[in-house]
Design a protein. Structure first.
Length: 135
């Protein structure tokens, strides 16, 4: 038998760390995520990804709700990833996840813009766990 106490403590610590990151992002004086015509800048991950480097954008749903857009890159990048930040649960250097929840813009609108820019620069767009958004 496994005691529920260690699991409960882990979930409480994980939830607290995630909540702290959300609060830090919300209190920043500058934007966390900047979408431009030529690329996307994630200031928390300290990375700029040019759209020309994106081979595929995958719109990802979790339990039927839009969660993030996974960018499969043509070449690896070095990014400071935070496992306690929504939408950043990956470790591969050729993958970058764009969180679309808990931001100022509506998630579907942001995902559509990212998908349209990836497609305009020669990348593919797919969806997993939910419907493909009209682009």
């Amino acid at each position: 038998a496994v005691s529920g106490l260690p699991c409960g403590l882990f979930l409480t610590a994980f939830g607290s760390a995630t909540a702290w990151n959300c609060l830090k992002d919300a209190m920043r004086p500058d934007p966390v995520l900047i979408v431009r015509e030529n690329g996307i800048e994630d200031r928390c991950a300290e990375v700029v990804v040019p759209w020309s480097e994106v081979a595929q954008a995958r719109i990802v749903y979790a339990r039927g709700t839009l969660n993030h857009v996974r960018l499969d890159l043509r070449t690896p990048i070095s990014a400071r990833q935070n496992p306690f930040r929504f939408g950043q649960w990956h470790t591969r250097p050729d993958v970058f996840c764009v969180p679309v929840v808990l931001l100022d813009l509506e998630p579907h609108a942001l995902a559509k813009v990212v998908a349209a820019l990836v497609k305009a620069h020669g990348g593919k767009v797919t969806a997993r766990g939910g419907p493909m958004l009209p682009i």
